[in-house]
Design a protein around this ligand. Sequence first.
Ligand code: NAD
Ligand code: GLY
Length: 364
Amino acid sequence: MATSKDILTVELGSRSYPILIGQGLLGDPQSFTETVHASDVLIVSNTTVAPLYLSTLEAALRPRRTVATLLPDGESYKTLGTVTRILDVLVANRFGRDSVIVALGGGVVGDMAGFAAAIYQRGVAFVQVPTTLLAQVDSAVGGKTGVNHPGGKNLIGAFHQPAAVVADTATLATLAPRELRAGLAEVVKYGLIRDAAFFAWLEQQAEALLAGEPEALAHVIRRSCQIKAAIVGRDEREHGERALLNLGHTFGHAIESATGYGRWLHGEAVGAGMVMAARMSHASGLMPQDDLRRLVGLIERLGLPVNIPNVAAEDLLEHMRIDKKVLGGRIRLVLLRGIGAAFVTAEYEPDLLRRTLEGHLADL
Ligand code: NAD
Ligand code: GLY
């Protein structure tokens, strides 16, 4: 079956790779001709996604030998123990260094399959086949792989770029509405960071996006991937600009680990985290009131939480202190001068962070 697709590129010299975006791509053998040269392929998926898409993917990968390993579903399984299971399957099936791992699923599967690919025999190739909106707009692109630790989100991991990203937009039709909304939080992030026009477009298209309108979704996937690919191409290892992509994440990660992984979806925690960052920016005299109002309005219209109940400010602070964004004992944050204008800083009034957290929680 021939499929129409958009192709973007993450420019990283000899490690550059394509992002294919289109309907029906995962069942199209052409999606993999350029990128899966190996005869041995391990497909990593989970017990929810595999019944929906595994057989289609296996057919597209023929005549290569495919072995599938299905992980339990959920953020709470994003652990070193689960990665060990992937490694065990690779060893048991005598996969060599020229094998390819294909990640079929959302960000949880993609992060773990990518991490297994980073460490198995000191690194094998992998291809991301993201099936959630969040993974198609964010986690499948850029090579951050890893797992959670009880003490902190994504604390264990490696940079390992995929050989390709194959984003089949048709898979979004089976996604639960709550998961679609969580993905939209990461989309809002791109507008907030550096594209005020895209943010305004999201305000106009919120209902179409919530209804899963394919054209609207395809546009947000393309625009989000364009922005992320450009940033990763300039700053792969997050020495500078890439840190902007963590807008809302230091708050969000703390929400996720303080409340127990899985209680709040990653995208929901990021949505609330962006509101925290915006409130702190406004309180610092940086972000205009109207921009803050627009952000809160959009997050609410997308059905995402703007506040997180049942968590203490001190708890969140404790978790923020062990986040990866702490440098020299100071928590670095992404703050906003307005919609489309984010920047990274560790220079803020020390008490303001605590007051933001307390205010946020007191708002309930
Ligand atoms: P997820 O992987 O848990 O997927 C969400 C749910 O949807 C799961 O139950 C999954 O089984 C199900 N699902 C997936 N595709 C489906 C489909 N097409 N139809 C029906 N159900 C489907 O969550 P997520 O939001 O995709 O990813 C969140 C994870 O991504 C977090 O662990 C987060 O830390 C990570 N992340 C990583 C990066 C990165 O740069 N590596 C960036 C952002 C987020
Ligand atoms: N999700 C943040 C990043 O990829 O850098």
